[in-house]
Design a protein around this ligand. Sequence first.
Ligand code: KIV
Ligand code: ZN
Length: 517
Amino acid sequence: MRRIIIFDTTLRDGEQSPGASMNLNEKLEVAQALAELGVDVIEAGFPIASPGDFAAVREIANTVRGPTICGLARCNTADIERAWEALKGATRPRIHVFLATSAIHREFKLRMTQEEIVARAVQGVQLAAKYCDDIEFSPEDAARTEHDFLCRVVEAAIDAGATTINIPDTVGYAVPSEMYDRFRMLLNRVPNIDRCVLSVHCHDDLGLAVANSLAAVEAGCGQIECTINGIGERAGNCALEEVVMALRTRSDHYQCETAINTKRLVPTSRLVSKVTGLEVQRNKAIVGRNAFAHESGIHQDGMLKEPSTYEIMRPEDVGFAKTDLVLGKHSGRAALSDRIRALGFSLTAEQLQHVFEQFKQLADKKKSIYDGDIVALVQQEISGQADEAWRLVRFDVTSGTGHPPRVSLTLSHRGNEVSEEVAQGDGPIDAAFWAVEKITGYHVVCKDFRVRSATLGRDAQGEVQLEIEHEGQTIRGTGVSTDTVEATILAMLNAINRIEQSATPTKEAAPSTSPRQ
Ligand code: KIV
Ligand code: ZN
């Protein structure tokens, strides 16, 4: 069995999904979950892209143990120095430098000749190699780069000190047989290729990212770059859970293995879905809610007689819990803690204590507490952790026939109670928005507003997820309560607290070409 390295880029390429940005605590939580999942490399971010990215990479490098921690940089001094500054606390740091190589990128984006590209790539790799031994180089848009030139750049990057060469299909254009041929071509033609690990990085614009990655593995590639739930730029990246389960389920064919603890796939998928607000489609392979549901009578009959008639994997092997265990007001902290872990979260003792208090309050309001309720409480704890400058003190809502809905609201700001405001709207939700805006002074545009019930039953908690726009930035907020107006206020405050926390103009801060590649 050949051991394939799993390089997770959920926190870098995945976070580039529109609307998927995560705060520091959420990134730490995901990084910890990835370490528990058993990924070999965590690409924690693009340190020069923003102070937030830098802080996240540094925190992850300093605290998460097990996997190699990687940071992205373009082939220039500022990027590489910044990446190293963030990574230097890691036990196993990796600098990942990239530079576009395809004719279209050379001509229109970089305006550089082939000679200039080779020279810049070599300089970038050599500089990075002065800081650490583990250097990855990516010729961006490699899947559309001329074979001869790709071989030349790759050979030069290896000579300069690159230990991993990653071949990205940046725009998701390749098809599997082409990908296979490209990897065979590199392995046959680049004389020093045996001095590095070959890696593949596929985008899913044609829905082929997993197939293309598997084709690369068949050709001899040793590392797969992927993200949880396949999140990422545009249509996303190769989905970790799919590619890992394909390798495992069809190990007879691929003769490969990974170090992934597959039982952590579903909990990690749920965690990423929660913190990014990107829902997993019901029929998504491996981690979707219907992935193991058998509806047709013939299938059910077969399943009862012998599960392997219709099931090629066992739900428990990917981490689907057998039961939706119900907790209640008599459940103790240990039961709650176990459940939280099984759901994919790992909280500090302090966070657990806080969630336990909320759990007890909720248990006073509703008899049965389901997984959905617990996930909602934990998520509120993780995303609220950031810096809860604004907090809800109390609110009152009146709504009915013949008079406009009205919300009276009292908030506190950094512990000081702010005077009450009353606002009217065309509905209680609208009135709640107005009241929050009046008190906080933030005028925002609501771009998306979703309410869903966290669990079944009419006593279920309502979970509000919203996206607001403020000074050109889109910010997410979530709030959960058995009262939907309260959940709305909490979601608004969650988003506003994120604005206050990231007071700096961030993602566009890097020089020259856009850092978001
Ligand atoms: O898709 C891409 O080309 C990338 C590189 C930075 C590896 O994400
Ligand atoms: Zn990418």
